[in-house]
Write a protein that binds this ligand. Sequence first.
Ligand SMILES: [Zn+2]
Length: 523
Amino acid sequence: MKTAHWADFYAEKIKKEKGPKDLYTVASGITPSGTVHIGNFREVISVDLVARALKDSGEKVRFIYSWDNYDVFRKVPKNMPEQELLTTYLRQAITRVPDTRSHKTSYARANEIEFEKYLPIVGINPEFIDQSKQYTNSIYASQIKFALNHKKELSEALNEYRTSKLEDNWYPISIFCTKCNRDTTTVKNYDNHYSVEYSCECGNQESIDIRTTWAIKLLWRIDWPMRWKYENVDFEPAGKDHHSSGGSFDTSKNIVKIFQGSPPVTFQYDFISIKGRGGKISSSSGDVISLKDVLEVYTPEVTRFLFAATKPNTEFSISFDLDVIKIYEDYDKFERIYYGVEDIKEEKKRSFKRIYELSQPYMPSKRIPYQIGFRHLSVICQIFENNINKILNYLKNVQDDQKDKLINKIKCAINWIRDFAPEDFKFSLRSKFDNIETLKENYKKAINELLNFLKKNFEVATEQDIQNEIYKIARENNIEPALFFKQIYKILINKEKGPKLAGFIKIIGIDRFEKIVSEYIKP
Ligand SMILES: [Zn+2]
């Protein structure tokens, strides 16, 4: 069978390179030293898509996500309160740094929680591994001993890509001082068994036992390949920074061999840029965009679609501007093809259906979800003043099993209009009538005629009929049609333009239309 999607291609590659296995392990991970942003999310969803492809081909899969939270707090983030307090935690493990936004948990954990909360919404449920717990509970004691016993091979492997070679007193570990908790330490001696001696800038000097200490960790360039072996990782993608020649992926490939393991299948995923957010900065995350921010404007399935429909080694933008409308339209087309209500060429169809399937956070629904164009929906939301019940009521024929997804889409439309839509897109129906302008007699007469036409024909008239009638009435009353349109918009929404008028009047409904225009045609 020819593969339909890049995730299927990689699933096949993993099976071919790693051979038959009872369980395949796919991995992702990051240091939570700041808000986990949408670029980091690209790695997680890439792994999720490959995991699904493996599962769909009949394999069992374990998806692990490592929080590399035993890293050092190197820099105080600018958007954090209590900068001075935070400065006192520099060089300590990020799990020890308080989250000065809430003081409820650590800085690292706060960043983790924020991300973990939103992943299940997009259907991603990995097994989280807390690296600081692994280290402080001495889980990797024998790996640390192994690394210390093989420090010569390890330094040679690293030196292969280094211009300045590592010195003889180099060790593959770093140590947090047990007195001051900082990593401002130097390894003095290792007895080739379990005892490591170190000194710290604070004056502390002592010996610690690898088997019981919480203070030792492997250097990151050693730790990563060590875990490939420890967790039997079969697949792990990485960003451009790790995949550069001589970068951490290259050195890890050599180092994992020293640990008697083999490197995972991988690919490089590219950066993501953000388009059309203007000056809007997320309050929670400083100047980066998180998954939460994306979910404000894109439903979970469309969020997945952005990634599932793009090859991982292509750079792309997540747009918050008018492109949002087009992206929803594209998604709707994939949906119609998936459910067989729209047809395309056979060879394309399979690929479209696969992308749609992989875009679903969970199982695709039996019935096609309720379809409504995002542009149209954003007009409806404004007419009904963002009242979800009124919107659902207006839409009619929404089945119970279609409601959840539709409500999500409505909420996204409301958020988009409020925060990102261009000014021309925004309006509210007139509700105040003090100080309204007095119309010329021919305009009054024309609007009266339009009202009468609509009252008689509202149910049966198509948008085209209404459009034609507006032109006809304008000409009969010696009004330039463009000016007549402008006048009607001014009356309805106090703007010179708005959504396509005939359709707009249809959505407003004859009663509300009459209520507004009557104020202008009173004798
Ligand atoms: Zn110290």
